[in-house]
Design a protein around this ligand. Structure first.
Ligand code: NAP
Length: 276
């Protein structure tokens, strides 16, 4: 164990089950000795996330539906009280959340409804802005003069994205457009929060079979094709996505902000492959 996150506290949003990328990230953070706080969206997921948290030895489990401003604010308030009691600050936030209507991930993109487009943007892109605004003050608390904490503490915010943001990936559709907005949000947030020593990055993961990903039509074909085409000739392992998240949360990543880091067995460099 290298203990890269010793003394750090991380908030991880988006653990649904053992297959979630956020679960792999939580495991890796705990392996590196971070204190981890998980969230769940609603009562439907509460028990599952609490059980996973107990098994992982996560410090706390809190509710947060990211489409509800009041819940995002309440999450920040609960964290503020807890951290203050512990004499700690928040060091890292992992945003591993996305949603689109199933029909928008199977029919042609041109058929996307106004409401389906807005929903995907709200949950999958805007929520990063809301979460960053609520949690940044916990990473760089204001000093006694009310100035936000440039170079006092700082921290690392990261989100999960996919290649469909910049390339057309069949059936990814409305989620690709939401990921494009998410990646642009990463850059604007990095510019805003950089003076407080808060870094904001995205990890672009290769396709992995998770509950959300199963909503994409022909996901299995995408995963099989990817393994044949990627330079490393295999699919992405959630554990390698998680290790990149550890790097970004740790002091090793201190100079990296506003980036999209691809952890996809090299898939993103490929144009057209003639042989397997
Ligand atoms: P996942 O396990 O299904 O995780 C998605 C999470 O988003 C779930 O915990 C879900 O909670 C949560 N969520 C959805 N709407 C929410 C809301 N309104 N408030 C709070 N939480 C909400 O799937 P995943 O693949 O690990 O996805 C995590 C992230 O990785 C997503 O951003 C996804 O786009 C990205 N990503 C995935 C892949 C892949 O191939 N799997 C590749 C690249 C990037 P509920 O279960 O309660 O709905």
């Amino acid at each position: 164990m290298s203990q890269l996150l010793e003394g750090k506290t991380a908030l991880i949003l988006g653990v649904a089950n053992r297959w979630s990328l956020a679960y792999a990230i939580a495991r890796a953070f705990i392996r590196e000795n971070a204190e981890v706080i998980l969230t769940y969206q609603g009562d439907r997921q509460k028990q599952t996330v609490e059980e996973l948290a107990a098994e992982l030895k996560a410090r706390q489990v809190l509710p947060c539906d990211v489409t509800q401003d009041a819940q995002v604010d309440a999450l920040a308030d609960m964290l503020r009280k807890d951290l203050k009691g512990q004499g700690r600050v928040l060091n890292a936030v992992v945003h591993s959340i996305a949603f689109a209507n199933r029909e928008d991930l199977s029919r042609p993109f041109v058929e996307t409804s106004r409401s389906g487009f807005a929903l995907a943007q709200d949950v999958s892109a805007y929520s990063l802005v809301a979460v960053a605004r609520a949690t940044a003050p916990l990473m760089a608390p204001a000093d006694h003069n009310g100035n936000s904490g440039a170079h006092q503490n700082g921290g690392s915010i990261m989100t999960l994205t996919y290649l469909g943001s910049t390339r057309v990936v069949e059936n990814y559709n409305v989620m690709g457009v939401a990921k494009a907005a998410l990646e642009a949000s990463v850059r604007y947030l990095a510019a805003d929060l950089g003076p407080c020593n808060i870094r904001v990055n995205a990890i672009s993961a290769g396709a992995v079979k998770t509950t959300s990903a199963r909503g994409i039509r022909d996901l299995s074909k995408m995963i099989e094709g990817g393994a044949k085409m990627a330079p490393l000739r295999r699919n992405t392992d959630p554990a390698e996505v998680a290790d990149t998240a550890v790097f970004l949360a740790s002091d090793l990543g201190r100079g990296v902000t506003g980036n999209v880091i691809y952890v996809d067995a090299g898939m993103q460099i490929m144009g057209f492959a003639l042989k397997e």
